[in-house]
Every structure is written in structure tokens, then in C-alpha cells.
Ligand binder design. Structure first.
Ligand code: FAD
Ligand code: THG
Length: 815
């Protein structure tokens, strides 16, 4: 590829236009944007989006996308007309549950740096005089939210791109993607063929169609969503000029799945209150015709309840009617996040789809950085096209979950709440046994994973566990405390099957893993190493365990599909290395606790003594009849092993351990206990505690970096860095009140101002306190320093603690 590759963007909606601008601004000026419809009212979703931009999201990444969109569009204009106006955003609560939810949202805003205030009902009514004050219990006000004029912003960005050399071609329908040698080569249209080094599909809800041309399944579902405008509202007469359109904040009434904005003297109403209306792409109208393809006929009967609820919240609508409405199409995904990144099997074919106007500029910036600089500066793991497991790409799964996401779009969702369907999707070989023990399952990467076991309700209760509020009580049981203590005092069985396992083999395997990771892997067969995957800038892409099981055979314990994707992308072309996902064909039990050796040793001829089987070592053995690969490591910080076997032998492995273990007081334990134990031990969870935005030293993982081992990816960026140079740190906090708990993502206040945010949190049953890991400026990350964590609007005092909280001498593990 040349320094300035030939880029073809498919689609001139807000995303395609924003990307054209961001790419050309970075010097990639050979950009052609192909659009099937007319420019710039193409007929896609952007052509009629009412443009409400609410920035605050539980995801830091999505909030940052929105913030950039606000900043960028605020500074844009088209022929002197505004592209963004900060009329502010107001979300009102009409139920006590929503009042609490808004407090949580206020926490997100503080964590991610969005200006926001909680309001009482009077303040809401003052801010938005059309509201029936008697309905409203509270509000959440964000002064920097507002209205984007999607079409203007699109065209304004396109003009900047054109001024730098880009071409925008309307009435060019893409009909095919040409490739050669696994690389994209050209884009075929009804008007001819356009050679390309890089193709970015910004086709919005048409994404799956373009994807198919490239052999890629794009997991989104086009869905219709109702938007309507009223006849003139007398109370608005004379309030808004045609030019400015609106003066009151954009409004959300999430308890009724509604949002509102002003259109001069009318009110626009968007509704998610109706049945999901998935749209078959084959039935979407052709572009350039009398109706916009993304606009379907209004189904008035679906809007009835929304209209009644609107009149209730805004009594000023009483004398008005729905003047016009439509069912507009846009994209939904299985987890609500966009789809960004390069196709796994066609180099140069990229996707930036399922993106709202709200996030459009931020997404375009990140994708442009990714293309031009080789990496995005923002953590995109939630949005990466390649985040899904194969089972999560089944068309029926994509359809079901995306529809459910439509239904839940404004719902109050607990961070641990799994979707109800389709489940169970993946079960470990231990599933039957777990059900017999009353496992309460949550979901991870499609796997059913026990959170705790009701069978353990008989265990003695742990004294002093805080009584939790309603929110923190969900998906939690004091049984987790008993399981945690059983692990510390006796021995427990943890199903680790959901942990992604990759087998890396071949004569080039060692060199390959040495180059991609930070720690020294050139060790004898039987060694296990904790190591990091970095990107070019030294950001942590993942943390792995690498077990050398043979001269040329490694088993990698990974965090998810993005690790498989990363390794696969970096494979040498000479076929000296193979990477295979062995997760589904194998299973794993963690056997941990002070009695783990007493449990395992009698089952095997192999030497499981401390001398015979050292810490971070691996070996093959038979436990009874079951062949296992045993690895001596423990994410919960206790003596023990991860025991891997093939899926067929799983039930036998469980039974063998269960029978031998019961006399020792063995229990099955779930993820709730696991998470608490690992926080007591200070073990990080990638994706939650740290991401590619953090370097190893900031994350407290410098011990896994061997600068002297030779070159590795990301090494250059770490030269001169160390624990002493960092300006922020992943920090262990203990809440002062032993009765308090937090959940994660809460803002942390230092000297009264938000200075960081909580990543993971759990009650530590051994330490008898609530633990919260948080990112804090180095100056504040000093043991003994006092800070506050805001939880549901309350400032809970907390103290920076020396970590790890539990067994810093490693006496429990190394014996
Ligand atoms: P689009 O604007 O659809 O652009 C994709 C382009 O690709 C289209 O122009 C299409 O013609 C072109 N294309 C497709 N196939 C081909 C082909 N084969 N060849 C050439 N070109 C092709 N978002 C918000 O943030 N705030 C809101 O308030 C909001 N309200 C909404 C209300 C409604 C009723 C609807 C339907 C959506 C709303 N959205 C809102 C969502 C938002 O409109 C979309 O998410 C966003 O516009 C998508 O932008 P895009 O550029 O990805 O897609
Ligand atoms: N088991 C296995 N692989 C994994 C995980 C696992 N890969 C992904 C994820 N979990 C990796 N996370 C960790 C985190 C900490 C440790 C292991 C995996 C750990 N750390 C010790 C410490 O920090 O003291 C030892 C580090 C060292 O000696 O280098 O054990 O759960 N198979």
C-alpha cells in the first residue's frame, strides 16, 4: 500500500461524510465517496434524523464519541447556518426507579466529564415550561447536549473533504466488491468500477448488503422507529424563529420510551414504545424515488399510546394533532454498540456502521486514526466488528437480540443483567451438574456461567456482610460470601470454561508470541507466563497467560475474540505458525483453596507437590481416568490449579473432583465470589480495569514487561517509561463505611472535584470491606489519601489502600 492509499467510502450519510473529512484532514486525500442516492439528502437515515444528541452513556467510549461530535458540529456551519445548537438536554423521571437511574446517570456524566445537574420538579418545569410539573419527580440536565442538523453537518464535512481533494459521487450504486489475494481491490457500481486499496462501508442499515458483497456477515438489523410532528402548538407561538428552530432543551421521557424536540412552533415526538419493527432489506425502496428509502409509511395505530403519553406529559399538546409521521429505519445491534473495524478475512475492507448521529464525528475520528495511524486513540473494544463469538453471529441470534435492544433502549438495565433470549446458547460440560446444585447463571460470551449456587445456602453465613440496597442486591446473594470464604478456608471448584483458549503451534510459534507480547516466553516446556499484548503505542490490548506445552506448542489463556483476531492478523505469511481457538472443544475447572493439593494429589500418580509442580508451571497428568493439562495458577489468589480437558471428559472430571472433594468440604463456587476474591488479590480484568488507553505501568502491570528480552510490539513506546513516570494509576480504594458497596463506573472525587472513575468493585469477604479499583491522578493515588465515590448521588468516603489487600507475600499460593 502506498503512503496515501486510494480510499473508497460507501455511503454519504453523516458517517461517510464525517469520515471523508477526518481522513482528508490527516492527509489521506485520495478519497471517493460513492452514494446510491442524491447528494446530500441521500434517502438514508441521516436524511431525516431529528438530530437529538444526548451525550451521557454508561460507556466511556460512546460518551467520548458524542462529546467530540458536539464539539465538532458546534464549530461547523453550512452557508452560515448552524449545524449544532446546545439547547441542552433534559431527561425527566416520572417513577421512583427512574429518579434513581438519573442519579446513576449523573455519575456517568461526572465520570466521563460531561457537564450535568440533577434537578427537582420545579427546576424541570422552569427549564421546559411545557412539562406537566405534577408528573415529574426529578430531572437530569446536560447543558451541552443539543440538536445536530445531520444533513448540514454531513454536507459541511463533505465540502471540507472536497476542498482537500475528495470526490463525492451521487447516484452510484455499489453492486460488488472486488478482491485479489485476500485484499480488497475495487468497488463495482452501476456506473463503473473504482479501484481501491481501502474500502470503508458506511452504508448504515444497508451494511449487511455491502458486507455480503465482501463475504462478511454484518451483524445489524434495520429497524423502523416512529417519529411524528404535531400541528402548531399555541403555547409555542412566537417562541422560536424558523432559523433557530428550538430554544427549550431536548427532552426524554424514558419511562414511556419517548423523546421530544421543538420544530419552531411544533413538537417532534420520537417513540420506542411500539413493537419492534425489523425491516427486510429486500423490501426497502430504491433510492432516488418519490419516497426516501429509509422512510416507511406511518402506522398510526402503533403511535396511539405514545401520543396519549405525550399529551399527558406535555398538556400543551391537548388541542393539537399528529400532523405527519413516518416509520424511519436505522440500525440496531445485539449489544447496542456500533460495528467498527476491518473484516477478518478481507484485508482493506472496513466497516463503520450502526452509528447514531450522536456518535458520528467521534466514530469517524477514531476510524480515521485507526486507518491512518494504524491504531485508534480511543478504546474501541466494545465497538470492534470482531468482538463477537461465532454463535453470536447466527442470523436468528442477531435478529432476536437486536429486536430486544430496541425494546430495552430506554429501559433501566442492571450492569449484570443478561438478555433473556436466546439462552442457553453455550453450556459447559458441567452444566447439568451445576443445575443440580442450583446454579444461578449469568452469561459471558454466550456461555452460561454460574454466578453462585443455591446449594451453598446451607453454608455458614459470613458475618458482617453489608445489607445492600435494592440495586446492588440484584444478581447478588450472600451465598457468594460463603463461597468466597470456602475458597479461602477449604477448596472450591470454579468453571473456567468461558475463558478463551487459543492453541498456537508451529516452528515459528515462540518467535511469534515473543514479538507480540511483553514478557519472556523463551522458557522450558512446562512454563506458564503472564504477559501483555500491546499496540504500537504501548497501550495494553490484552493480558494473557501463555503455557509452553511443547517446543512448538503454546496454550494461550485470553480475554476474548479480539485476542484471536489480533493474533490471526499478525500471523506470518510463511505458514510457520497456526492459531486455533480450542475453547469450545475443551473445558476448564479451577480447583483453588488451601486444601487443593489434598484434593488433587491422591487422584494422580503425577507429583503435585510444591517442589514437583511449581507455581506458574503446567503439565499433563491423569486425574482418575481423565487426561488433564494442569496449570498451577490462580486468579483468586489461592493454592491450586486450572485443570483443562476435552469437552467429552468434562463431566467425568467434575465427578472425580466432586467425589474426592466433598469430604474435604469442597464447594462449587461462582463468578460473584470469584470477582470478589480477585479484587482482594488485586488481579486486573482487562476491558474493565484497563484497556488499550492505558500503558502497563499505569495499570500496575509493569512486572509483566521485559524490556531486555529483545524487540516486541509496543516496546519502542515504553522506552523511558516506568512506574515513576505515570500521571495516573489504577488505584485500590477501600470504602470507609463497611456497610457500603458500589458497582463500577462511579466518579471518584478528589478535593471535591471529579478526578477519576471506578472500574471494578466488590465487597471483599475476607478483608471485610468494600473494594473499588479506580483510575486516579498519581498525586491522589497515595495510600491513606481520602477521596469520595459518588453512588446514587451520595458521596461515600473512601481511602486509597496499599495493594494487594490480601496475601501480599504470596504465602497462600507459593507453598
Ligand atoms: P445513512 O445516513 O443511512 O447513510 C448510509 C448511506 O449509504 C445512505 O446514504 C445510503 O444511500 C448509502 N448506501 C447504502 N447502500 C449503498 C450502495 N449499495 N451503494 C451506494 N450507497 C449506498 N440518531 C441520533 O443520534 N439522534 C436522533 O435523534 C436520531 N433520531 C432518529 C430518528 C429516526 C426516525 C431514525 C430513523 C433514526 C434516528 N437516529 C438518530 C439514528 C440516525 O439517523 C442514524 O443512526 C444515522 O443517521 C446513521 O448514519 P449513517 O451515515 O450510518 O447512515
Ligand atoms: N487464567 C488463564 N488465562 C487467563 C486468565 C486466567 N488469561 C486471561 C486473564 N485471566 C489474564 N489475567 C490474569 C491476571 C492475573 C494472573 C493471571 C491471569 C496472575 N497474576 C499473578 C500476579 O500478578 O501476581 C502472577 C503473575 C506472574 O507471576 O507473572 O496469576 O484466569 N489461564
Amino acid at each position: 500500500m502506498t503512503a496515501h492509499p486510494k480510499v473508497v467510502i460507501v455511503g454519504a450519510g453523516i458517517v461517510g461524510c464525517a469520515l471523508g473529512d477526518e481522513l482528508t484532514a490527516r492527509g489521506w486525500t485520495d478519497v471517493t465517496v460513492l452514494e446510491q442516492g442524491p447528494l446530500f439528502a441521500t434517502g438514508g437515515s441521516s436524511s431525516h434524523a431529528p438530530g437529538l444528541v444526548f451525550q451521557t452513556n454508561s460507556s466511556k467510549t460512546m460518551t467520548e464519541f458524542a462529546r467530540y461530535t458536539v464539539d465538532k458540529y458546534s464549530a461547523l456551519s453550512l452557508d452560515g447556518q448552524w449545524c449544532f445548537r446546545k439547547v441542552g438536554g433534559l431527561e425527566v423521571a416520572t417513577t421512583p426507579e427512574r429518579v434513581e437511574e438519573l442519579k446513576r446517570k449523573h455519575g456517568y456524566a461526572a465520570s466521563w466529564g460531561v457537564r450535568a445537574h440533577l434537578l427537582d420538579a420545579d427546576q424541570c418545569a422552569e427549564l421546559h415550561p411545557l412539562l406537566d410539573r405534577s408528573q415529574v419527580l426529578a430531572g437530569f440536565h446536560t447543558p451541552d447536549d443539543g440538536l445536530a442538523k445531520a444533513l448540514r453537518a454531513a454536507e459541511a464535512q463533505a465540502r471540507r473533504a472536497i476542498a482537500r481533494g475528495a470526490r463525492f459521487l451521487g447516484h452510484h450504486t455499489v453492486t460488488g466488491i472486488d478482491s485479489a489475494h485476500g485484499r480488497v481491490a475495487a468497488v463495482v457500481t452501476d456506473q463503473g468500477t473504482f479501484p481501491a486499496d481501502v474500502v470503508v462501508s458506511c452504508a448504515g442499515f444497508w451494511g449487511p448488503r455491502i458486507g455480503r458483497m465482501a463475504g462478511l456477515a454484518v451483524p445489524l438489523v434495520p429497524m423502523a422507529h416512529q417519529y411524528a410532528r404535531t400541528t402548531p402548538v399555541p403555547a409555542l407561538a412566537g417562541h422560536n424563529s424558523e432559523l433557530l428552530e428550538a430554544s427549550k432543551p431536548i427532552l426524554r421521557h424514558q419511562d414511556r420510551d419517548l423523546y421530544f424536540r421543538e420544530h419552531v412552533d411544533r413538537i417532534g415526538i420520537g417513540s420506542y414504545a411500539h413493537r419492534p419493527m425489523p425491516v427486510d432489506l429486500a423490501e426497502v425502496a430504491a433510492p432516488g424515488g418519490p419516497v426516501m428509502p429509509s422512510m416507511k409509511a406511518f402506522t398510526a395505530e402503533d403511535f396511539e399510546p405514545a401520543w396519549n403519553d405525550s399529551k399527558t406529559l406535555l398538556p400543551a399538546l391537548a388541542g393539537t394533532k399528529v400532523e405527519e409521521g413516518f416509520n424511519g429505519i436505522f440500525s440496531f445491534t445485539t449489544d447496542g454498540f456500533p460495528l467498527l473495524g476491518e473484516a477478518p478475512e478481507l484485508r482493506g475492507f472496513w466497516v463503520a456502521e450502526a452509528v447514531w448521529v450522536t456518535h458520528s464525528a467521534g466514530v469517524a475520528q477514531a476510524v480515521a486514526e485507526w486507518l491512518v495511524e494504524g491504531r485508534p486513540r480511543t478504546d474501541l473494544h466494545e465497538c470492534d466488528l470482531n468482538r463477537f463469538e461465532q454463535v453470536q453471529l447466527a442470523p436468528s441470534y442477531v435478529h432476536r437480540r437486536s429486536c430486544q435492544n430496541f425494546v430495552e433502549v430506554y429501559d433501566i438495565l442492571h450492569p449484570l443483567q443478561p438478555m433473556a433470549e436466546p439462552r442457553p446458547l453455550r453450556v459447559s460440560p458441567f452444566h447439568t451438574r451445576q443445575r443440580e446444585l442450583g446454579a444461578v447463571f449469568l452469561e459471558a460470551s454466550g456461555w452460561e456461567r454460574p454466578h453462585w449456587y443455591e446449594a451453598n445456602a446451607d453454608l455458614p453465613e459470613v458475618a458482617g456482610i453489608p445489607g445492600r440496597g435494592e440495586w446492588a442486591s440484584r444478581y447478588w446473594s450472600p451465598i457468594a460470601g460463603a463461597e468466597s470464604l470456602a475458597t479461602r478456608e477449604r477448596v472450591a471448584l470454579y468453571d473456567m470454561t468461558a475463558l478463551k483458549r487459543l492453541e498456537v503451534t508451529g516452528p515459528g510459534a515462540l518467535g511469534f508470541l515473543q514479538y507480540l507480547t511483553t514478557n519472556q516466553l523463551d522458557k522450558p516446556v512446562g512454563s506458564v507466563t503472564y504477559t501483555l499484548l500491546l499496540d504500537e503505542a504501548g497501550g495494553v490490548r490484552s493480558d494473557l497467560t501463555v503455557a509452553r506445552l511443547g517446543e512448538h506448542r503454546f496454550q494461550v489463556g485470553a480475554n476474548g475474540n479480539l485476542d484471536l483476531d489480533w493474533l490471526t492478523r499478525h500471523l506470518p505469511e510463511d505458514s510457520t505458525v497456526q492459531v486455533r481457538d480450542i475453547t469450545a472443544g475443551t473445558c476448564c475447572l479451577g480447583v483453588w483453596g488451601p486444601l487443593a493439593r489434598e484434593l488433587v494429589q491422591p487422584l494422580t500418580d503425577a507429583d503435585f507437590s510444591h517442589r514437583g509442580f511449581g507455581y506458574f508451571k503446567a503439565r499433563h497428568a491423569y486425574l482418575g481416568n481423565v487426561p488433564v493439562t494442569a496449570m498451577r495458577l490462580s486468579y483468586v489468589g489461592e493454592l491450586g490449579w486450572e485443570l483443562y480437558t476435552t469437552a467429552d471428559a468434562g463431566p467425568r472430571l467434575w465427578d472425580t473432583l466432586w467425589r474426592a472433594g466433598r469430604p474435604l468440604g469442597l464447594v462449587a463456587a461462582g463468578r460473584s465470589a470469584f470477582n470478589s476474591l480477585r479484587l482482594e488479590k488485586g488481579y486486573r480484568s482487562w476491558g474493565t480495569d484497563l484497556t488499550v488507553e492505558h500503558n502497563p505501568y499505569e495499570a500496575g502491570l509493569g512486572f509483566a514487561v521485559r524490556m531486555d528480552k529483545g524487540d516486541f510490539l509496543g516496546r519502542d513506546a515504553l522506552v523511558g517509561l516506568g512506574e515513576e513516570t505515570v500521571s495516573r494509576r489504577l488505584t485500590c480504594l477501600l470504602l470507609d463505611d463497611p456497610q457500603a458497596v458500589v458497582m463500577g463506573k462511579e466518579p471518584v472525587y478528589v478535593d471535591g472535584a471529579p478526578a477519576g472513575y471506578v472500574t471494578s468493585a466488590a465487597y471483599g469477604y475476607t478483608v471485610g470491606r468494600s473494594i473499588a479499583y479506580a483510575w486516579l491522578p498519581t498525586a491522589a493515588a497515595v495510600p491513606g489519601n481520602r477521596v469520595h465515590v459518588e453512588y446514587f448521588g451520595e458521596r461515600l468516603p473512601a481511602t486509597v489502600a496499599q495493594e494487594p489487600l490480601f496475601d501480599p507475600e504470596m504465602a497462600r499460593i507459593r507453598r
